[in-house]
Each structure stands twice: as structure tokens, then as C-alpha cells.
Design a protein around this ligand. Structure first.
Ligand code: HEC
Length: 92
């Protein structure tokens, strides 16, 4: 019985990880395609990073997306990148 419970616990842990990956799949892909030519991920995790609030993050992603990266993302796509960056790096 204990073994079965352990197995179930492991299975549910795994699905949790898959769910998180799936949730960020789109934002992660969009980010990889358009956002890694000028700066690498360390710009989001350096000590003196510019972005200090969630609204600053939204603002900066929009700025880089429209200006620097010339990506034509829908609001949903932009939001998925913001969510990806926040969950992975900023954690506001
Ligand atoms: C043409 C170059 C370029 C591209 C492409 C680009 N960025 Fe940027 N980004 C910059 C520059 C320059 C900075 C300021 C870096 C610094 O201060 O050292 C910056 C800073 C940022 C920051 C703030 C980092 C911090 O300090 O907290 C975020 C967030 C960001 N970019 C997101 C994005 C996203 C999302 C994309 C893709 C849509 C993107 N960038 C594409 C040039 C670019």
C-alpha cells in the first residue's frame, strides 16, 4: 500500500512539472524566438536589474517587444511572455 501511495505521489509530482512546462510553452517559445538576440537571460536575474515591479515588467516587455524586437505579438502572446519571465525570473 505504501508503495502505491509513493508511486501516486511521484506521478502527481511529475504531472505538476509537465503542467508548468505546458503553461509556459508559448511564452518560452516566443521569448526564445524574439528576445535573445540582444540580451541573454542573465539580464533578468542580475543584481542591478532595472525591473522592480510587475507593472515595470509589463512596460519593459512591451517596449522591447514593439521597439527592439519588432515582434508583432497579440496581447495574449505578450501576456504569456510576461508570465513566463515573471514565473521564471522576477517572481513578483
Ligand atoms: C534590439 C535589442 C533588444 C531586443 C531584441 C530585446 N531587448 Fe530587452 N532590452 C534591451 C536593452 C538594451 C535593455 C536594457 C539592458 C541594460 O540595461 O543593460 C533591455 C532590457 C530588458 C528587460 C529589463 C531587464 C532588467 O534589467 O530587469 C526586459 C524585461 C526585457 N529587455 C525584455 C525583452 C523581451 C521580452 C524581448 C523580446 C520581445 C526583448 N527584451 C528583446 C534590448 C533588446
Amino acid at each position: 500500500m505504501k508503495k502505491i501511495l509513493l508511486l501516486l505521489a511521484l506521478i502527481s509530482l511529475n504531472t505538476g512539472a509537465y503542467a508548468a512546462d505546458a503553461k509556459h510553452h508559448k511564452g518560452k517559445d516566443l521569448h526564445e524566438n524574439k528576445c535573445t538576440s540582444c540580451h541573454q537571460d542573465n539580464v533578468y536575474s542580475r543584481n542591478d536589474r532595472m525591473v522592480k515591479t510587475m507593472s515595470a515588467l509589463e512596460h519593459q516587455v512591451n517596449n522591447c517587444m514593439k521597439g527592439a524586437a519588432k515582434a508583432e505579438w497579440t496581447q495574449t502572446e505578450t501576456a504569456s511572455v510576461i508570465e513566463f519571465l515573471n514565473d521564471r525570473y522576477y517572481k513578483f
